[in-house]
Ligand binder design. Structure first.
Ligand code: CDP
Length: 220
């Protein structure tokens, strides 16, 4: 069986950073499951489908023509029907679209097999919300990364400021709390740690130390 390490948790807990580092370090494949939900949301905007139109959104998810290619810079380019959507899907609106369409059960069903197809030799690091609970329940090693909402908003704030984007910290905190609520209250795959997940709270821990903790478990 090809090994999988799952990394789940709420928005801004450092999952992306940790799971990328882990995949690079192990030389394994990487699944950014959030990107699939983000592209689904973006595809709806492109096709003129409302995020609330469940049957139409599910149809889009079933036929999602998405591609991930790694540029020489190491950056991953995401395309929908050949059109570069890498930037568009990372905006706050992209996050809202993703979490809105992710609450539709038929959309989650449509994307399930596609996510499982990423499990290829020599191994996979899977980043998301339900990697350890639904998509790869048999994964031998599961992490659940978390941090306080204030800390997560702070980190996002610093990232955006570094990119030269003007944002308000209060607004970011509101967005994070709204997304947390939507992700944990939905009827399908609500955001919850798997029973056998190792919970890592990074509220007061720098990301480098979190990575060291995670690597320690991986090499056990
Ligand atoms: O980076 P961040 O955590 O903000 O977002 P993401 O991982 O790209 O996920 C965006 C949204 O997609 C989340 O708020 C979830 O609603 C949804 N999602 C999900 O439902 N299941 C996943 N496995 C991954 C993402």
């Amino acid at each position: 069986e090809i090994p999988v390490i799952t990394v789940d948790g709420p928005s801004g807990a450092g999952k992306g950073t940790i799971s990328h580092m882990l995949a690079d370090n192990l030389g394994w494949h990487f699944l950014d499951s959030g990107a699939l939900y983000r592209v689904t949301g973006q595809a709806c905007l492109i096709e003129g489908v409302s995020w609330d139109d469940a049957p139409a959104v599910a149809e889009i998810a079933r036929h999602l023509a998405v591609s991930f290619t790694r540029a020489d810079s190491g950056e991953v380019l995401v395309a929908y029907k050949g059109q570069d959507v890498s930037r568009a899907i990372r905006t706050e609106e992209g996050g809202r679209g993703a979490s809105t369409v992710a609450a539709i059960p038929a959309v989650r069903d449509a994307l399930l097999a596609r996510q499982q197809d990423f499990r290829q030799a020599p191994g996979l690091v899977a980043d998301g919300r339900d990697m350890g609970t639904v998509v790869f329940p048999d994964a031998p090693l599961k992490f659940y990364l978390t941090a306080s909402a204030e800390e997560r908003a702070q980190r996002r704030y610093k990232q955006l400021i570094a990119k030269g984007e003007g944002v308000s910290l209060a607004r970011l905190l509101e967005d994070i709390e709204e997304r947390d609520a939507r992700d944990s209250q939905r009827s399908v795959s609500p955001l919850l740690p798997a029973e056998d997940a190792i919970i890592v709270d990074s509220t007061a821990t720098p990301i480098g130390d979190v990575f060291a903790q995670v690597m320690l478990k991986v090499s056990e």
